[in-house]
Design a protein around this ligand. Structure first.
Ligand code: 5AD
Ligand code: SF4
Length: 438
């Protein structure tokens, strides 16, 4: 029997790629097993966004290096580290025989045939493919919430970022195929859809007519049976006002926008080649604040980018206060191979990066405490996810993507995927808590 094990690192795009890879492997007669020990084919779907993420996969591979010759297993590296390191992976981890970047997944069936016929160094590293990875064999893990890729790759050139090199140029799927997938998912019981892309706002239907993202969002939001439609990730430069108008017009479009700002300083934004100013970013925030929906706003921030002064960092802190984010992912700048920022020299010392990161995180914690406390006394609809044995509470998620833990208050237990109303009675920095009320 042909068996495989897969471990996934990185973003939701990678998680969804793995679902498609798993479906493709099943189709080729492979069955998935839970541990690398049981598997004939061991795959790592990798992330290279920061150095730490990249190190993880080499650490995993090293664990198997000694016994690799004896076990007869085939090892494969997929995803962003595969694309970035290419054939160098065979030097760093000689027991690896398959290296495939995400742009080459449509070729996976042929590459597997090469592996099965004894291929020792099989690669799929082409980035010039016009294709997107569309497959009817996606193996989705969650029966209620599904990802749909709408655009692959990225045409921006943010100075710190590997993604344009690991995922290649932008390729949008046709709106017709996206809508067909959304309808088919709704028909098979999915109620929540998350539209995915490195930059969903630059979506453009390649068919005649060329609908833009807001139009696509409207159409997906109108698919019968769907109750929640989300999207990620947005780029401030391409984020248009009609996206907010679409959200205003249809409650199925969840009131949450993840809009990475990266820095509050114009000087740093310019060095990062982000293509917007602080003022332009804040205009988008104003659009959201003027919406009649209460839109949750979340972001990503990098501290200690080359040349970031104490004053630049203060501007980031001021922006964070001004926006009042609902949640934030924050990172120390990490130098990445083949990125434009490699030519910058004015490095911020590691200890200073760490200091700034902890100041930023402390500030954000206070903001989240304050923001979440304002929900006490409100009723919010959640999708029930699972019962947490340790806390004795159900875990649900609101439309704003906040975690809301709840007690049943004598009501019957929901089934996962069910929607119910919860009265918020308590709050913390990272979640809300309450009691089911309908
Ligand atoms: N160093 C640190 N953080 C980075 N990110 C992207 N590249 C780097 C890097 N080289 C962060 C950005 C991005 C998020 C996904 O990861 O904030 O929005
Ligand atoms: Fe990591 Fe970026 Fe690749 Fe996602 S696209 S896996 S975040 S490097």
């Amino acid at each position: 029997m042909k068996t495989f094990y897969i471990e996934t690192f990185g973003c939701q795009m990678n998680v969804h790629d793995s679902e498609k890879v798993i479906g493709t492997l099943n189709q080729q007669g492979y069955s998935q097993v839970a541990t690398p020990e049981e598997a004939g084919l061991v795959l790592y779907n990798t992330c290279s966004i920061r150095d730490k993420a990249e190190q993880k996969v080499f650490h995993r591979l090293q664990q198997f290096q000694k016994e690799a010759g004896k076990s007869g297993k085939v090892y494969g590296v997929l995803g962003c580290v595969a694309q970035q390191e290419g054939e160098r992976i065979f030097e760093r981890a000689p027991h690896v025989s398959l290296v495939v970047g995400s742009a080459s997944y449509p070729k996976l069936p042929e590459l597997l045939v090469q592996i099965e016929s004894g291929g020792r160094r099989v690669t799929g590293l082409s980035l010039d493919t016009e294709e997107t990875f569309e497959t009817s064999f996606t193996r989705r893990d969650n029966p209620h919430r599904a990802y749909i890729t709408i655009i692959e790759g990225c045409d921006k050139a943010c100075a710190y970022c590997v993604v344009p090199r690991t995922r290649g140029p932008e390729r949008s799927r046709t709106a017709a195929s996206i809508l067909a997938e959304a309808r088919q998912l709704a028909a098979s019981g999915y109620t929540e859809i998350q539209l995915l892309g490195q930059n969903v706002n630059s979506y453009r239907d390649p068919s005649p007519g060329g609908a833009r993202f807001a139009q696509l969002l409207r159409e997906v939001g109108a698919v019968e049976g769907l109750r929640r439609v989300r999207f990620t990730t947005s780029h401030p430069r391409d984020f248009t006002r009609d996206i907010i108008e679409a959200m205003d017009g249809n409650p199925v479009l969840c009131n949450h926008v993840h809009l990475p700002v990266q820095s509050g300083s114009d000087r740093v934004l310019s060095n990062m080649q982000r293509l917007y100013t602080r003022g332009e970013y804040m205009r988008r925030i104003e659009w959201m604040k003027h919406s009649h929906r209460n839109i949750a706003i979340t972001t990503d921030i990098i501290v200690g980018f080359c040349g970031e002064t104490g004053e630049d960092f203060e501007e980031t802190i001021r922006l964070v206060e001004e926006v009042g984010y609902d949640s934030m992912f924050s990172f120390k700048y990490s130098q990445r191979p083949n990125t434009p920022a490699l030519s910058l020299t004015d490095h911020v010392p590691e200890e200073e990066k760490a200091r700034r990161l902890s100041i930023l995180q402390e500030k954000q914690r206070g903001i989240q405490m304050r923001r979440n406390a304002a929900y006490i006394g409100e009723r919010h609809e959640v999708m029930a996810e699972y019962f947490n044995q340790a806390t004795g509470q159900w875990v649900g998620r609101t439309a704003q993507n906040k975690t809301l833990n709840f007690l049943l208050g004598g009501r019957p237990a929901p089934t996962p995927g069910q929607y119910l109303d919860v009265l918020v009675t308590r709050s913390g920095p990272n979640s809300l808590a309450g009691e089911a009320c309908a």
